[in-house]
Design a binder for this molecule. Structure first.
Ligand code: FES
Length: 97
């Protein structure tokens, strides 16, 4: 399951928290298209992301990318601490790809 959140550092970008019920996963998706940097739209019900700029599509992290993008969306670390979700700009310890 994905949830949209707003970063306190860069309010222009929504990050997506991936939940492994009942815990929150230790990684989040940065929705910046790896083709040329547009922000992708998310289809939260289907864990699918679409870039309107040149129609790249991203399935769940382990399932792949459809051209023209060649790499999956960047992942960053998500930490739950004192009932807050903190996004840390470093590679996550767990990478599902
Ligand atoms: S910038 Fe996303 S497909 Fe080109």
């Amino acid at each position: 399951m994905l949830i949209l959140v707003k970063s306190l550092l860069d309010r222009s970008v929504d990050y997506l928290i991936i939940q492994d019920t009942p815990k929150i996963a230790e990684y989040t998706i940065n929705p910046i298209c790896t083709h040329l940097g547009c922000t992708v739209k998310s289809d939260l019900d289907n864990n699918h992301f679409i870039c309107d700029c040149h129609e790249s599509q991203y399935d769940s992290p382990a399932q792949g990318v459809h051209a023209p993008a060649k790499r999956y969306l960047p992942l960053i670390t998500g930490v739950v601490k004192q009932n807050q979700i903190r996004l840390v700009d470093r590679d996550p310890a767990v990478d599902p790809r």
